[in-house]
Design a protein around this ligand. Sequence first.
Ligand SMILES: *Cc1c(COP(=O)(O)O)cnc(C)c1O
Length: 488
Amino acid sequence: MNKELYSKLIFEHSRPGRKGYSLPAYDYGTSTEMPRHLQREVKPELPEVDEPTVVRHYTNSSNNNFGVDTGFYPLGSCTMKYNPKTSEKAVGLAGVADLHPAQPEWTVQGALETYYTLQTYLSRIGGMAEFTLNPYAGAHGELTGLMVIRAYHADRNDVARRKVIVPDSAHGTNPASAAIAGYEIVEVKSRPDGTVDTDDLASKLDETVAAVMMTNPNTVGMFEKDIPRIAELVHAAGALLYYDGANLNPMLGVARPGDMGFDVMHINLHKTFSTPHGGGGPGAGPVGVRAGLEKYLPSPRVFRDESGVFHVGKGEKSLGRVSSWLGNYTVFIKALTYILSLGEENIKHVGPLATLNANYIMYGLCDLYKLPIPGPCKHEFVFDGLADKSTGVTTMHVAKRLLDFGFHAPTIYFPLLFHESLMIEPTETESKETLDSFIAVMREIAREAAECPDKVKEAPHSTPMRHPDENEAALHPLTTWKQLQPTY
Ligand SMILES: *Cc1c(COP(=O)(O)O)cnc(C)c1O
């Protein structure tokens, strides 16, 4: 078939004059007509299609995608998990969906109460004095937290603190946020067991350090058991300890960053508290602080007065705005719905189950995949590719072959500590049957790698797109079919 005809049949559904709607005739005269100079000269190039064609187009396109509603999605460091449909329902309620952020306070007392309640619950979960819900994402929370830390030092006239210490295993957003906040980044080494080298840390701490950023469990899924010692060292040097709470899952309801000595933290609601993510949002990265730091939190904040009325206001020494209005309100509603539906009784099972699931997969595969840091792990772990590397089958090949079996690939080539990183996080919400079938498939891929490596190297065999040029796809993405040169 001719290339042009092929793309048209597949992608081009528009036919001149075809419509999927009808509107009543316009009968209000011509007085409301837009002034000539504001009118388009050229008609917009909109597709002209009938309703069934539109519905089929979007339904078929969505079937070409992969999501947590289609299959197991074990991305480490991203926590793609259960997104209860009840949360979506809560967000769709008229009292939530029809609000306008500029409404007067007295008309939105219920909304302010839900906001305040979530602030309070997160403070209890994190062991912090106060939370702001304003930041839009984890990275944004990190930046906000570092701005709080800077405001704290500036307020004490302690202005020589220009450095932020970050472990070499940290998520890339940690050094990036510190740089955006105007700090110099100092890296601290990990020990062979994946945890932070406390001697190396101690040698780098002095009166020029503003903060140390830690993730616990860290990004290789190891619990930083020296945290009390680290907190002591950091505080003795006059610096503050920041907790990257993207990995809060395995500790939820079991251990609290505030009790471990952390001063400032963020939580990714779109990871730990069930908001679906991917494709850029919306998310939320609330920031919590220990007592004494709440006055620096960004504005606006929600306060409750003695008579139980809620007000929007700002802290005494607030660092100002980091978001428009109060942040991503629908994400807060989903988080609150999730917390309330679990309740205090059940929330403490989240961490242990996430940990159990990760260890179950790790021990089910560690004879065939290389485990550089022996377990047990927390909620996620890293393999350094296949144990047998002689076949030339890489982590990239394994990831692509998984797609043929209906599984999303784990996170690959992160963390950078190993050449063939394959980072797996099942989350607490997957059943034993799902984990078993994932283990069976990973074992099957290892067998194929040994017996018919080309089959793995040429994967995926069954996806709508097979082998895009990865560099080209990132540098020059084709955003419309008109740019497409089909390969058939
Ligand atoms: C996801 C993640 C972040 C960044 O969060 P975003 O919401 O993607 O900005 C930071 N640290 C860790 C450990 C993460 O997993």
